[in-house]
Design a protein around this ligand. Structure first.
Ligand SMILES: O=C(O)CCC(=O)C(=O)O
Ligand SMILES: [Fe+2]
Length: 237
């Protein structure tokens, strides 16, 4: 429900959740969310279908389709060798530019690693789909060789996002509600913080966001890999 003074934004101000970890509520408008939800449907109908990655013999409840580079535990490849062997779709230019805008709004002209926001060029997107019961356990995003921040966009149902520390999966952590349209960026001292999604609040997706139910999350990453290394183990395993 929108109000004259955008009460929902007044109640949910921009916050630095941990050093370098910034939550910008309501960053995407409903029309933008709906447009991105349509793109998700295009990507899901592309060469590599969304799949639950297998970790330690268990299939993740979250289903993921990748752009640019395919992520599988625990490496990036151009071809989805753990799905159907096909090459993933290219990273769209609009998504790179959206990521650049996101880091500029989160950090200003300079990223925590000292590089210019204008040079932020993520080369992979992991697009996750959560149904009502899907969760994601506490983990670090550490298969990238670049220190560049991760940009996270949420569309659809609200969820509980747990953002922790860089040492352990447990406390201390902070719980943040991510709503449709929210942006969360983590870089600098928080780049390797553990995080996860303990719960999706089914049926909370706002009208007009492009998803009747369920949740999409897009994370943009800079792999730090180059074209010639088509199959590379994660640097920090
Ligand atoms: O769904 C989210 O908000 C987080 C996703 C995530 O942590 C990941 O894809 O690595
Ligand atoms: Fe993650």
């Amino acid at each position: 429900m929108s109000t004259l003074f955008g009460d929902e934004l007044l109640e949910r101000p921009r916050r630095e959740i941990a050093p370098g970890a910034i939550h910008l509520p309501g960053w995407l408008g409903l029309e933008q969310q709906a447009w991105i939800a349509d793109r998700f449907r295009d990507w899901a109908a592309g060469p590599v279908p969304p799949r639950g990655a297998r970790i330690g013999g268990h299939e993740m409840s979250v289903r993921t389709v990748c752009l640019g580079w395919h992520w599988q535990p625990y490496r990036y490849t151009r071809e989805a060798t753990d799905v159907n062997g096909r090459r993933v779709l290219e990273m769209p230019d609009w998504l790179v530019r959206l990521g650049r805008k996101a880091v500029a709004e989160a950090y200003g002209p300079t990223l925590p690693d000292g590089s210019p926001s204008a040079g932020y060029t993520p080369d992979a997107a992991l697009v996750n789909h959560y149904d009502a019961t899907a969760k994601m356990g506490m983990h670090q995003d550490k298969d990238e060789r670049s220190p560049a921040p991760v940009v996270s966009l949420s569309i659809g149902d609200d969820c509980l996002f747990r953002f922790g520390n860089t040492r352990t999966r447990g406390k201390p952590y902070r719980d943040v509600e991510l709503l449709s349209g929210d942006l969360f960026v983590f870089g600098g001292a928080s780049r390797l913080a553990y995080h996860g999604i303990p719960k999706v609040h089914a049926g909370t997706a706002p009208d007009g966001c492009g998803l009747a139910t369920g949740r999409i999350n897009i994370t943009l990453r800079s792999t730090g890999l180059d074209e010639t290394r088509a199959d590379t183990e994660g640097a920090r395993q």
